[in-house]
Design a protein around this ligand. Structure first.
Ligand code: HPA
Length: 280
């Protein structure tokens, strides 16, 4: 992508952001991205809902179980922008489209991103349905949302990723999990393109690389957030053991959604309690 295309993209993000700004009554400080089947994790009564098809230039998702809207309002006294659903590279979207909303968050002045997803468990210490704090990631997508001319207004050319999943937010999440008696494991997330699930041989290879979880999202959004100076907390719901971990098991999207639905309430409780104690 040449420099003028990059300029054009930034202009589109600005137009989309301006529309959202006109519609909402708060200045959001925290954004929360709800992954597959996790759109109902938080209570959303008083606030504004903006469906993605109302927003100029916004990429529109095609996957069942992915609602496409933003909700802006207050939860536990914090000003929140909730993103219900996301778009993925496997749907054919470019990595810039996948990261579009996070760049909007940056322009909106959002300082913290809580990102959730459904993931396959590579680590056999994890059980189906467990929540896992993402400690770090491996980008196996073969692309990066920062490729191309840098958006100097948003962040540096070569951002440091040493603490991408903020250690202070992870400490807070672990304290909250322990005080609310929610099991929260920890692990490294590897992002693959999909949409086919992995082969058992791939999962063995990823385990050797140091991955505990595998999924098809999150990494583009996190790189984009870190670039823009947004602090990130990532939580996965382990919806299935990854391919080959249980040789008899077979993977299906239906099962993934079923498990996330079962865990929605617990994840919601964890996030609301984290919001209560989040430093401002
Ligand atoms: N692999 C990739 N993505 C996933 C999986 C998986 O096993 N489960 C949920 N999302």
């Amino acid at each position: 992508m040449n420099a003028s295309c990059r300029e054009e993209l930034l202009q589109k993000i600005e137009e989309a952001t301006a529309m959202v700004q006109r519609r909402i009554r708060i200045e959001p400080e925290v954004a929360i991205i709800c992954g597959s089947g996790l759109s109902q994790i938080l209570p959303t009564e008083d606030g504004e809902t903006i469906t993605w098809n109302e927003i100029p230039h916004f990429p529109l998702s095609t996957v069942a179980g992915h609602r496409g809207d933003f909700w802006a309002g207050e939860i536990n006294g914090r000003k929140i922008l909730l993103q219900r659903g996301r778009v993925h590279c496997y749907e054919g979207f470019t990595i810039d489209e996948v990261s579009f909303s996070v760049r909007m968050f940056a322009l909106l002045g959002i300082k913290t991103l809580i990102i959730t997803n459904a993931a396959g468990a590579i680590n056999s210490d994890f059980a189906v349905g467990e929540l896992v704090l993402i400690t770090d990631h491996i980008n196996f997508l073969g692309d990066n949302p920062l490729r191309g001319e840098n958006f100097d207004r948003l962040g540096p050319r070569f951002p440091d990723m040493s603490d991408a999943y903020s250690s202070r937010l992870r400490t807070l999440a672990k304290e909250v999990a322990s005080s609310t008696k929610i099991t929260l494991k920890e692990g490294v997330y590897i992002a693959v393109l999909g949409p086919s699930y992995e082969t058992p041989a791939e999962i063995r290879a990823f385990r050797t690389l140091g991955a505990d979880l595998v999924g098809m999202s999150t990494v583009p959004e996190v790189i984009t957030a870190v670039h823009a100076g947004i602090e990130v907390l990532g939580i996965s719901c382990a919806t299935n053991m990854a391919a080959g971990i249980d040789p008899q098991a077979r993977l299906s999207h239906k099962e993934v959604i079923k498990v996330t639905k079962r865990k929605e309430q617990e994840l919601g409780k964890l996030i609301t309690s984290i919001l209560q104690r989040l430093p401002s």
